[in-house]
Design a binder for this molecule. Structure first.
Ligand SMILES: Cc1ncc(C[n+]2csc(CCOP(=O)(O)OP(=O)(O)O)c2C)c(N)n1
Ligand SMILES: [Mg+2]
Length: 697
């Protein structure tokens, strides 16, 4: 075990400083070459990084995916050159050439660290505060996995999560949400280093950030060390060693540092936060630090002292041997651990889906889709032990918990749980779920009202950007929630979530569509899904046998007109599908042939082949979309000559049935719109035919 402390032999302080200076000059040179970037934070945190990465961090540069590695998160992601320098120096597949191409197209060194681009980068950071929140999620995942898989004499899950962060992360509100939770959760293996340099972009923070950070974190239930001198390797060493002994609290190490340390004229000023030093100042810094090497030049002895490959290989080999012993003693657990860490579904997954579909089909009474989602979860949660649910204090409304949910609240300290009440912290919850997904071992899902997706939105975007399997459950999806009024009634949230690339937004209409949405969300391994669910009961459609395959295409013909030659196509989602059915009947009575298309997920429909899309939405047949949301999005499908029935204003407080009438989201109005659209098309066709006739004359 005590290979743990002090990975490398202690060396004299001057040599240590040289090793830290290698980070400083890689950052300086990288930013200089790119003519943009942030040298200040890497120069200020280089000494801390040297202590942590050379003395404590358990990782294997040859295998950045080794499951029991320590996680390192650079929450102040603008300091990206810090992590690139560390990965390069310790022997990851990040050659000097990549450092030279910092911030260039298709380099492995983008402006901010991005997961999936650079081996060793654990999460995408830059939106301040969120890296810290991801780290809390990672530490939570580690703790939950340890509870489940560790057995007496077999500690196969045992790693730390380290995070670097600056003033910006601590000013962001999300830091309060997640650090409060980290204290409550007693995440003792979370160790955060605060780069307390007194500077942010606008200058000296004393004018806008005067919290007593130590007291703040103590009140969260953290172990607070410091302030220490963040340029004193021994002090950092002692603080880190102490932090690692914590048994019941996360640790904050407050490190007083100087931004841009080493630059004679710019250190300690906001000038060095986000701009190249400039040739003259680079030279001055070289002189001041006694750095005798050229641009991008690192001497061999420094590379050798940083190289973590041999030690990393030993650490992983040691773990592999321990895992073999574990697998021999607990084969079923070991197999489940491997499956979950690989993000694979159980071998009986298709039976689980069948069971979920059978259960959905058995529902005939009117049912809210939030309840339909719970019905799906009743099958999924016991079948998928890696599912980890939660809600931002709306469990009873989102219906995210089921009989097999084992809540953290009230459970024994070492009990295996699969549900967490995050409290009223939508953004924190969502960014923590991203951290859990990135850590691996869990498929997190969490609920709130669709309205409050605005609170969590940037973390929803980050799960899409990072291609993480996270399920965002948003109930109470429209004016259909009724009396709570416009503060709670989503209007623009539905279309605006659809604008986030790589997010699949489902707005199912009935129990079976909801089950299909869950299946899709669970199977998706390259991105998140959002489920938009109704508060109010919706009719339960009786789908024909085998209809699931159609539903899985995101949009399908739910009810065609007689003869299959529609004059107009009605496209509806969620709660408006049953309304569109009545519209179809009204139109039939008026002699207009209308097709009804249910479109629970536009992005999945868009990914279908063109032939399929054209059979559902035939070219040249006019279209009318019906959705209780801001209407503009649907122009993409109906064009300017089609119609959209929606709501372009805020809602009102009243019973839902009155609101639908008041905002004219009714079958009668939709039928009028459809008839007008049909007339418009007919007259246009006549005009065009007239033109053809005239040109022939
Ligand atoms: C959410 C968010 N808001 C704003 C920014 C822009 N920004 C980048 S760094 C920074 C200042 C951060 O200050 P600090 O963390 O103290 O970094 P330092 O200057 O000390 O390196 C700001 C406002 C951002 N990246 N993310
Ligand atoms: Mg700062």
């Amino acid at each position: 075990m005590n290979a743990h402390n002090q990975l490398f032999p202690v060396i004299d302080p001057l040599q240590r400083r040289r090793l830290a200076n290698a980070i400083r000059f890689l950052a300086i040179d990288g930013v200089e070459a790119a003519k943009s970037g942030h040298p200040g934070a890497p120069m200020g945190m280089a000494d801390i990084a040297e202590v942590l990465w050379r003395g404590h961090l358990h990782h294997n540069p040859a295998n950045p995916h080794w499951v029991d590695r320590d996680r390192f998160v650079l929450s102040n992601g603008h300091g990206s050159m810090l992590i690139y320098a560390l990965l390069h120096l310790t022997g990851y597949d990040l050659p000097l050439d990549e450092i030279k191409h910092f911030r260039q197209l298709h380099s492995k060194t983008p402006g901010h660290p991005e997961v999936g681009y650079t081996p060793g980068v654990e999460t995408t950071t830059g939106p301040l505060g969120q890296g810290l929140a991801n780290a809390v999620g990672m530490a939570f995942a580690e703790q939950m996995l340890a509870r489940k898989f560790n057995q007496p004499g077999h500690e196969i899950v045992n790693h730390h999560t380290y995070v670097f962060m600056g003033d910006g992360c601590l000013m962001e509100g999300i830091s309060h949400e997640v650090c409060s939770l980290a204290g409550t959760l007693k995440l003792n293996k979370l160790i955060a280093y605060y780069d307390d340099n007194g500077i942010s972009i606008d200058g000296h923070v004393e004018h806008w950030f005067t919290d007593n950070t130590a007291l703040r974190f103590q009140s969260y239930g953290w172990n607070v060390i410091g302030p220490i001198d963040g340029h004193d390797a021994l002090a950092i060493e002692r603080a880190t060693a102490e932090a690692r002994t914590s048994t019941d609290k996360p640790t904050l190490i407050i490190c007083r540092t100087t931004i841009g340390w080493g630059s004679p004229n710019k250190a300690g000023t906001h000038d060095v936060h986000g701009a190249a030093l400039g040739a003259a100042e680079v030279e001055a810094t070289r002189k001041a630090l006694g750095w005798e090497y050229g641009s991008f030049e690192i001497p061999g002895d420094i590379y050798a002292a940083w190289d973590a490959r041999r030690h990393g290989a030993r650490l992983e080999a040691d773990w592999n041997a321990r895992f073999l012993a574990y697998a021999a003693a607990h084969p079923a657990l070991a197999a489940e651990y491997e499956r979950r860490m690989a993000g694979e579904l159980p071998t009986d997954w298709s039976q689980t889906v069948e069971a979920m579909y059978t259960k959905a089909r058995a529902v005939t009474a009117p049912t809210a889709t939030r309840r339909s989602s719970q019905i799906a979860l009743e099958t999924l949660v016991p079948a998928l032990p890696g599912m980890f649910g939660g809600s931002a204090d709306l469990t009873g409304s989102n219906l995210t918990a089921v009989k097999d949910s084992k809540p953290w609240a009230g459970a024994a300290p070492d009990a295996v749980v699969n549900y967490f009440s995050y409290g009223v912290r939508e953004f924190g919850m969502t960014a923590m779920m991203n951290g859990m997904a990135l850590h691996k071992g869990f498929l997190p899902y969490g609920g709130t009202f669709l309205m409050f997706s605005d609170y969590s939105r940037n973390a929803v975007r980050m799960s899409a950007l990072m291609k993480q399997r996270v399920v965002h459950v948003f109930s109470h999806d429209s004016i259909g929630l009724g009396e709570d009024g416009p503060t709670h009634q989503a209007v623009e949230q539905t279309p605006s979530l659809r604008l986030i690339p790589n997010l699949d937004v489902w707005r199912p209409a009935d129990v079976l569509e909801t089950a299909v949405a869950w299946k899709h969300a669970v199977e998706r391994s390259d991105g998140p899904s959002a489920l938009l669910l109704s508060r109010q009961n919706l009719m339960s459609t009786q789908h024909p046998a085998g209809a699931e395959a159609q539903l899985e295409r995101g949009g399908y013909v739910l009810a065609d007109c007689e003869g299959g030659k529609p004059q107009v196509v009605l496209i509806a989602t969620g709660s408006e599908v049953e309304l569109a059915r009545r519209t179809q009947e009204l139109l039939a009575d008026a002699g207009v042939a209308a097709r009804l298309v249910s479109m629970p997920c536009t992005s999945v429909f868009d990914r279908q082949d063109e032939a399929y899309r054209n059979t559902v939405l035939p070219l040249y047949v006019p279209r009318v979309a019906i959705e209780a949301a801001q209407p503009d999005f649907w122009r993409k499908y109906v064009g300017l000559s089609g119609g959209v029935v929606g709501i372009a204003s805020f809602g009102e407080s009243a019973p839902a049935s009155q609101l639908y009438k008041y905002f004219r989201i009714t079958a009668e109005h939709a039928a009028e719109v459809a008839q007008a659209v049909v007339r418009l098309h007919a007259s246009r066709r006549e005009a065009e035919d007239g033109n053809v006739v005239r040109s022939m004359n």
